[in-house]
Structure formats: C-alpha cells, structure tokens
Design a protein around this ligand. Sequence first.
Ligand code: SF4
Length: 344
Amino acid sequence: MQEDISIHEAAKYPWSVMARSLLKEYNVLLAEVDNNPRITKRAKLRLIDALETKVPRNTMGLNDDPYVELTSFFVAKALVDAIASMYLRRRWATAEAKSTEEFLIKETDSKLAQIAIREFNWQMKTVKSQIAGRSFTHSIHFTNYLTATEGLRDLKWKLVNKRLSTGFVLLRKTETTRVIRAAVEQLLVRDIKKVDAEFPPNIQQVYDEIDAKVRKRVDRHRQEIEGEIIPEAFPPCMQAILSDLKEGKPLSHIARFAITAFLLNVGMEVDSIIELFMKAPDFREDLARYQIEHIAGKRGTTVYTPPSCAYMLSVRLCVDPDQVGVRRHPLNYYRYRRKRVSKP
Ligand code: SF4
C-alpha cells in the first residue's frame, strides 16, 4: 500500500520515490512549468548554487511554496540530464544531498529510519544505546552500510572502526544522516535519464545559461590537462593500472573504466588506448572500441571522468591513501603535477 506523503515532505526530499509519485499526481509538464517564473528561477538557482558553492540555498521553511521547491528540483534534474556533463551532475548531486542532510538532522530518530527503509530498502532500526559515553540511535545492516559508505574516505567510516552488533553497525544520529546523505548522492549521480535538449522557451534559456557556464569551466579544466600528454605527471594509481595493463595482467572492470576515462580526459585518442589494451588477456577489439567510445561520449551524451580519489580508495585502486584528502581527484593530481613537470 502506498504511503501518503505531503507536498511539504516531498519538497524536502524531492529525490524520493514518494516525491516522484506525487509529482505524477500533480501531472507536471515542463510546458506548464515554463510559464511559472518562480519555478524556472529556483531551478536555475539550484544549479548555480551547485556550481558555485556546492550547497544550494535552502529556502524551505521561509514561507516558500513547497510546490515550487518540488517542481524546481525536477526542472533542474531535467537540465542536468540534458546537459549531460558528469562535472555538473556530481556537483548537483553533492549539493542536493547536502540540502537533504539539513532536513534529515531535524527529523526524529524513527522518522530517519522510516526514510532509510522506505527509500533504500535498508535494514535499519532505531536503538537506544550508550557505549563508552557515546549515544547510538540507529543500527544498520553491515551490507547496507558498506554500499552506502563506499565513497566516504575518512577512516572513521571503515567497518573496522565501527561498533557492530550481530551484523548491524551502530550509528549516532549525525552518522545516520551522513550515511543517508551519501546514499542520496550516489542515487542522484547514477540516476541518468536520456533527455532531448529541447525545452520550452524559458527553461531553454536556463539550459543555455547553465550549459555555457559548465562548458566554460570544463574547458578551463581541460586546457590545464590537455596538450602534450605527460606520463611522468600521471598519478600513482593510474601509473599502477597502466603498468599492469602493459604487463598483460587482468584488470577489474572499475580499473579499466578508471584508466580509460583518465586517458581520454588527458587527451589520448581512442586508437592509442585500444593499443594499450591489446595485451589484456581477454582483448577483443570490437568490444574494447565500443566501451572506450562509450566512455568518451561518442555513443551517448555523457562524457565520463575517472572516479574520485575517495572512490578509488574504496575499490582499492588508490595506491597513496594518505593523499586522498589532498588530491581528491586523479585529474587534479595530473593538473598539478603537469604544471610542475612541464616547467623548463
Ligand atoms: S590519492 Fe588519488 S590520485 Fe593519488 S593515488 Fe590515490 S586515487 Fe590516485
């Protein structure tokens, strides 16, 4: 049976399954929304905030219209899908997830568990437990915990540093909200819909503005890493994957993705990358070409970037864990080293 959800609740958590179903009830069409300047303005603000500050201005609770909040999220999402830039998508996902956390922290313990169970199908319970002066409010099954925290780089999130009770990880309230925030961010990064970049006029105007901003930023980043490829400036994680590749060692799927996206982003041609993969034990040129062209955005609309350092760490591909918080992204490492290596 479907649970009722108020428009206020949906506006606070617009990414939720319930919010999406509510919006269907409202039967919102982009063409109708286009004539409401409050919605298009708020959608634009959500994306500008994501680009500039990574935390969207949270106007809920200040007599704002929850309908505007809810629909503006979906307009912003449609724009993110259409612009098809992983740079924008990641920043938007981070910003919206942070905004979610601001609401979560004000919820009761039982409400938090209810949201987690309803939206992510987690095994989560409320607990009242005091251990060594710390109050725990929730417990989550360790498998759900591991999936949700795969991108959290701080050592405190490692399972070995957590209190476990019969397969459940004990969490304090602030930790529960942080774990839900991480899950929301993953959800928004992965929920990619194919959207035609044809919008009604006012939304199209926002699309053009945001698209131009994103392209300018991505081009600026690209200029810093493109040009002559300098392998000495590659980060140690990519050097390690490349060395395995050249020795014909089998690579995991994520290692293949990471090195391919990295090399494409530093300007290597598809054919040169295929040559590198020729030594792989299961090499098939047609498959390799298809996959590389897909990552390059030649077979879809999304141009992929390699995973962040935090993600690389979580999948054991980072070879310098102490630097994760400093570098944050393998392309940052390359950008930084490239400038220094190429100085005469
Ligand atoms: S810190 Fe980042 S760039 Fe450095 S090895 Fe680890 S994943 Fe690679």
